[in-house]
Design a protein around this ligand. Structure first.
Ligand code: HEM
Length: 292
């Protein structure tokens, strides 16, 4: 939930700045509105995820002889606790900023300032996993593992969070005008550019993280961590294939029989399997790379 919240919130921000400004006319307001909706949902998921992660950490940290409250304050005082507090406060502030980032009516300065605040917070919070996970634990190579991990989560956000944005933008356009093809025809090429770069960064930083955390090729099959990683890579291949079908087969057919429906369905499949990848990533970070 926390990872999905991070990826969705950053996806909203990167789509707002990388895609929306290149959309023409009235549709620009509608797509900024869609990015805001994705940002709101993402920051709520992030808050809920942060609460669940804290509960899990407290349960694992627990000393049965000590009152819960005492344990909680000790946990909050640790380095982990500091990263968690910053993320929880960041998620709350991002939620407020997305509320004010309305795409119509209110003064444009406030709107723009709210988007800048929400985007900055979304970006900074994508560093939380790097400082609380295995990346921070790679002795002597933190200068490499931490920035690579942050880039990995940001790239996942621009691609997978961006895909949520495209589907929400299409849905709100279809509700507004009855048809989503024209919006998809305009937005998809812009999104594909972002997704291609983000995909390359994601795979590059993923391979690097795999090299840093998996001791040998043999460990890919002989350790639990390696097997979870292979499962993740297998699912990522499915997401890549579905994405390629959207990009190369279904987008050119937008104006053909069935219109946007086949593409919408396939993009939904891509999004669901991408969230399975995020679930497996959450399992991965909870597994010691050294465990047999
Ligand atoms: C849709 C594609 C992908 C998504 C959404 C995704 C998502 C994530 C997330 C959220 C994390 C957690 C970051 C952390 O806690 O430090 C992560 C870590 C990781 N990912 Fe990915 N990832 C994707 C693709 C890949 C690929 C293609 C590879 C390998 C080639 C990969 C390998 C890793 C590794 C090794 C880690 C580090 C886990 C650890 O800290 O132990 N990922 N990924």
């Amino acid at each position: 939930m926390l990872f999905a919240g991070l990826i969705t919130t950053w996806g909203a921000a990167s789509s707002r700045w990388l895609i929306a400004p290149r959309v023409l006319g009235r549709r620009r307001h509608s797509v900024i509105g869609a990015a805001r909706t994705v940002g709101l949902v993402g920051s709520v998921a992030l808050l809920a995820g942060a609460g669940l992660v804290f509960w899990r950490q407290l349960r694992d940290f627990r000393d049965p002889l000590v009152p819960w409250g005492e344990d909680a304050s000790v946990l909050l005082a640790t380095d982990w606790g500091l990263s968690w507090r910053l993320t929880a406060i960041g998620a709350l502030l991002a939620l407020v900023a997305f509320v004010f980032a309305a795409s119509d009516g209110r003064g444009s300065d406030l709107r723009r300032a709210s988007w800048i605040v929400a985007s900055a917070l979304a970006g900074v919070m994508c560093a939380f996993p790097a400082f609380t996970g295995h990346a921070a634990g790679t002795e002597g190579l933190r200068w490499l593992s931490i920035p690579a991990d942050i880039l990995h989560v940001l790239a996942a956000g621009s691609w997978i969070g961006g895909l949520s944005f495209v589907l929400v933008a299409e849905f709100s356009e279809r509700r507004r005008t009855g048809r989503g093809n024209a919006l998809l025809a305009e937005v998809l090429p812009l999104f594909s550019q972002v997704a291609l770069i983000a995909g390359a960064v994601l795979i590059g930083t993923g391979v690097l993280a795999s090299w840093l955390h998996v001791a040998s090729l043999d460990a890919l099959v002989s350790t639990r961590y390696g097997r979870i990683l292979l499962t993740k890579v297998g699912l990522v291949l499915v997401v890549l294939i579905l994405g390629a079908v959207n990009w190369r087969v279904l987008t050119p057919r937008l104006w053909g029989v069935g219109g946007a429906r086949p593409l919408r369905r396939n993009a939904m499949r891509e999004l669901i399997i991408a969230h399975l990848v995020i679930l497996v990533a959450a399992l991965l970070v909870r597994t010691s790379p050294l465990e047999g």
